[in-house]
Design a protein around this ligand. Structure first.
Ligand code: HEC
Length: 308
């Protein structure tokens, strides 16, 4: 009898230890939480800020449950200079700018000029509650975005306003020239983070424009460095592009990357044979002419219980 009990105890201990080890292995070796859980706990706020930045860029593409409005934004009639129509008039960036300075920033001239004010200074002074109130139309009912996005989206937008905005004047001059920046350091960041699977060796693997008027990493870096900074920090809506906010890159990292990206080709015709080959690096045999623009929605940072 005694022997049977001892044998049973040994078997039980054996199974408990094996089970615990298997569980540990499944969750990623030595740690008792999965990398996804770890990211969600450790970087939760950064993930919400980055998502808020993507909503600021393009809330329809960042979400899966919203409807794209067909008509112009109710506030659009207050201006006549910017001729865009429809959903474009609902993007926060169209009225407040990629540099968050509105009429006092890069959109102070050109086809994007609206005369609407910036949010950089006011967001600093306002509380999260006040920012949410502005977005829900409490201060001006025509600025009510709760008709289009849900409460969590509003909260992420307010959080981005409060903690995610950056003063781009610290990074680039008023003409968009990086104030400092080491292209060699930027090249390393580009090689490690942007090249593989996505933008290719010279940033031409994804054409954000079309074959008639292509737009590559180099084009955005040169023509709209404020947009470049915003998208590098927040990530591109509807894609799995990494976010410098979540990755906690420094301002120096971003400026190094921008300085390097400004050396990349801006037009397909200007790409030499050698650079065409480089352009394919890290992306099988595809190349810039065969790219189909991204049609997806909702692939922001994974927040909540979706992960393992
Ligand atoms: C069609 C243009 C337009 C769009 C799109 C727009 N805004 Fe505004 N926003 C305005 C105007 C105009 C005001 C000033 C309203 C007022 O004070 O009556 C304003 C005010 C604000 C303010 C308060 C600033 C202050 O100084 O009081 C914040 C914050 C803000 N917007 C954030 C956003 C965010 C975030 C989005 C995207 C969800 C957005 N806005 C989309 C035009 C726009």
């Amino acid at each position: 009898m005694k022997r049977i009990i001892i044998a049973l105890i040994i078997i039980m201990v054996f199974f408990t230890v094996t089970w615990a080890q298997m569980r540990g292995m499944m969750r990623g070796g030595m740690h008792d939480i999965s990398p996804m859980q770890y990211q969600q706990e450790r970087f939760s706020e950064e993930m919400h800020i980055s998502r808020g930045g993507q909503l600021y860029d393009n809330w329809w593409r960042t979400t899966v449950d919203t409807v794209k409005p067909g008509e112009d934004h109710p506030l659009w009639k207050m201006q006549t200079t910017n001729k865009r129509r429809g959903y474009a008039t609902y993007r926060c960036k169209e009225c407040h700018g990629w540099d968050y300075r509105g009429k006092d920033g890069a959109y102070s001239k050109g086809s994007h000029y609206t005369g609407f004010k910036g949010v950089l200074q006011s967001a600093e002074k306002m509380s999260l509650k006040e920012l949410e109130a502005v977005l829900k139309g409490f201060t001006n009912k025509e600025h009510d975005f709760s008709k289009y996005v849900n409460d969590e989206d509003i909260a992420d937008l307010a959080l981005f306003m409060k903690k995610g905005l950056t003063d781009t004047n610290k990074l680039v001059s008023s003409d968009g020239i990086p104030v400092k920046g080491d292209p060699n350091a930027g090249r390393i960041i580009f090689m490690n983070t942007c090249m593989h699977m996505c933008h290719g060796g010279v940033g031409t693997m994804i054409n954000f424009g079309d074959s008639g008027k292509p737009e590559f990493v180099g084009t955005v870096a040169n023509e709209n460095p404020w947009e470049f900074i915003h998208k590098v920090r927040a990530g591109q809506p509807g894609t799995r592009m990494p976010s410098a906010i979540i990755n906690k890159w420094s301002e120096e990292d971003i400026n190094d990357l921008l300085t390097f990206a400004r050396t990349l080709p801006v037009e397909a015709q200007k790409i030499s044979m050698f650079r065409r080959m480089m352009g394919r690096m890290g992306f099988g045999m595809g190349h810039h002419e065969s790219y189909i623009p991204v049609k997806y929605r909702g692939y922001g940072p994974i927040i909540g219980e979706l992960g393992m």
